[in-house]
Design a binder for this molecule. Structure first.
Ligand SMILES: [Ca+2]
Ligand SMILES: [Ca+2]
Ligand SMILES: [Ca+2]
Ligand SMILES: [Ca+2]
Length: 456
């Protein structure tokens, strides 16, 4: 027994020297884990960055498209209903050719208001002020349009055809020995190709030769030459059986004897724009281009939520101006006109509480999609604000939003002693205290203020 022990100990020591303890394993796992986790978090971040970059690029293109249209057709902004007798001076409104046509196509009889489910009665009434502020215009005379004559035109003008979806591909002439695969015009140039039968054209809903069934939804063919390095794109004009045709734009002569792969794809519009306009009484208009990604063309997305935008807080003293002082010397201390007075403790405000308590609405509103970096629209003043953060909510059906910049205009009459009608409030003297409305449409990726557009 005594002789064996040292041997065992030596063996154990040997094991200890060459092996790895549990602690060492755990340590190395932890170190590797840190590396893997930090590497893994890089992927979502980079994906987000790519998405942000794509949004930024495409929305900038959409913005310049929109500005080009405005500069070519200034009446779209300055006379948005096409009625020369009213120039909408001093009003705020929306110019939304695409939204107008899309809602019309959905059966909304007159998509004149950019709003839905606005609380119109009760303590949280948001009445439409005398200046029509949530009016949506086509940007043209709806009775006899000259510019936005159809939904197709509106889609072409206000959409960015930025993405394509593949619908199938194949080699019409895999061996370069099948002359029947080609349809040619009088000059011998290819105006059509017959696709192999494994590409089932019927499922694509492509435009057929029968004009009654033509459905030009942006289907196009990408036609490679035999090298696979050169390609031409043709909008598919008609389809007859397995043959796709583009008679108005024949292919170059290099395709006349042999073609390579042909891919059928459809252009998808993800980005679109509408305009918000604040037109001064003197004529010039401030215009914002609002760019959406996958805009939801639905009345529900124009839900007006209760959200009082107030330019100033009352400060620590809880009253307008400085407690006990008559800052504006009108004989009354701390009247409403002293709110935000120079020298007072009132501060510029960038917070707003948005409320979607179903009790306030005639139709149960969907909860707004609130997210950092999203946009909210002041329905009274036609101003956009970007959301900086979402703070804790006082109730389960409300949230406090911190906005990226200070609120520049009040959208409510209820500026002090909230929920009560106080002296100096009720500016339109209708006996009702007006609450503010916010619209929080989904998918707004950017809002571009343009240079002031002059009446031309
Ligand atoms: Ca104060
Ligand atoms: Ca005073
Ligand atoms: Ca009040
Ligand atoms: Ca009022």
């Amino acid at each position: 027994m005594h002789e064996i022990r040292p041997t065992n100990m030596a063996l154990n020591q040997q094991h200890r020297r060459h092996g790895v303890t549990l602690t060492e394993v755990l340590m190395s796992l932890m170190i590797m884990g840190i590396g893997v986790v930090s590497l893994a978090t890089l992927f979502p971040i980079s994906t987000l960055r790519v998405l942000e970059a794509t949004n930024l690029t495409n929305s900038t293109v959409a913005r310049f498209n929109a500005e080009g249209i405005i500069d070519s057709f200034p009446q779209m902004v300055h006379n948005p209903d096409g009625n020369s007798s009213t120039r909408e001076a001093g009003k705020n409104y929306i110019v939304d050719p695409l939204g107008w046509h899309e809602l019309l196509a959905q059966g909304v009889p007159t998509p004149v208001l950019y709003e839905y489910n606005r609380p119109a009665t009760g303590a949280f009434a948001i009445t439409r002020p005398p200046i029509a502020q949530q009016t949506r215009y086509l940007g043209d005379d709806p009775a006899s349009p000259t510019l936005f004559t159809s939904i197709d035109i509106a889609r072409r003008v206000a959409n960015l055809q930025d993405t394509t979806t593949d619908f199938g591909e194949g080699f019409p002439d895999p061996d370069g020995a099948d002359p029947t695969a080609y349809t040619k015009n009088g000059d011998g140039l290819v105006t059509g190709l017959t696709m192999p039968t494994e590409v089932d054209l019927a499922v694509f809903n492509l435009p057929t030769t029968d004009p009654a069934y033509q459905d030009p939804k942006g289907y196009q063919a990408v036609i490679f030459d035999v090298t696979g390095r050169y390609s031409e794109i043709r909008t598919i004009e008609t389809v007859s059986g397995q043959t796709i045709n583009w008679p108005s734009r024949p292919l170059p002569a290099r395709y006349s004897s042999i073609v390579g792969l042909v891919r059928i794809e459809r252009t998808e519009p993800f980005y679109s724009w509408m305009l918000t306009v604040r037109k001064r009484a003197s004529g010039p208009a401030n215009v914002d281009v609002v760019v959406f990604s996958k805009r939801d063309f639905n009345e529900l997305s124009e839900q007006v939520y209760v959200g009082d935008l107030r330019r100033f807080t009352l400060g620590d003293d809880g009253v307008p101006g400085t407690a006990g002082d008559d800052l504006n010397n009108n004989g009354t201390d701390n009247d409403l006109a002293e709110l935000g007075y120079p020298g007072a403790d009132d501060e510029q405000n960038n917070r707003v509480t948005v409320d979607w308590d179903p009790a306030l609405y005639s139709t149960v509103p969907e909860k707004p999609l609130l997210r950092r970096g999203g946009f909210v629209f002041d329905a009274a003043n036609a101003l956009w604000y970007r959301v900086l953060t979402i703070e804790e909510a006082p109730t389960a059906t409300s949230a406090i939003l911190a906005l990226e910049k200070a609120i520049s205009r009040d959208n409510t009459e209820d500026l002090i002693a909230n929920n009560a009608l106080d002296t100096g409030e009720d500016r339109n003297s209708d006996g009702v205290i007006d609450r503010g409305g916010l619209i929080i449409p989904r998918g707004v990726v950017a809002v571009f203020p343009l240079e002031t557009k002059l009446l031309q």
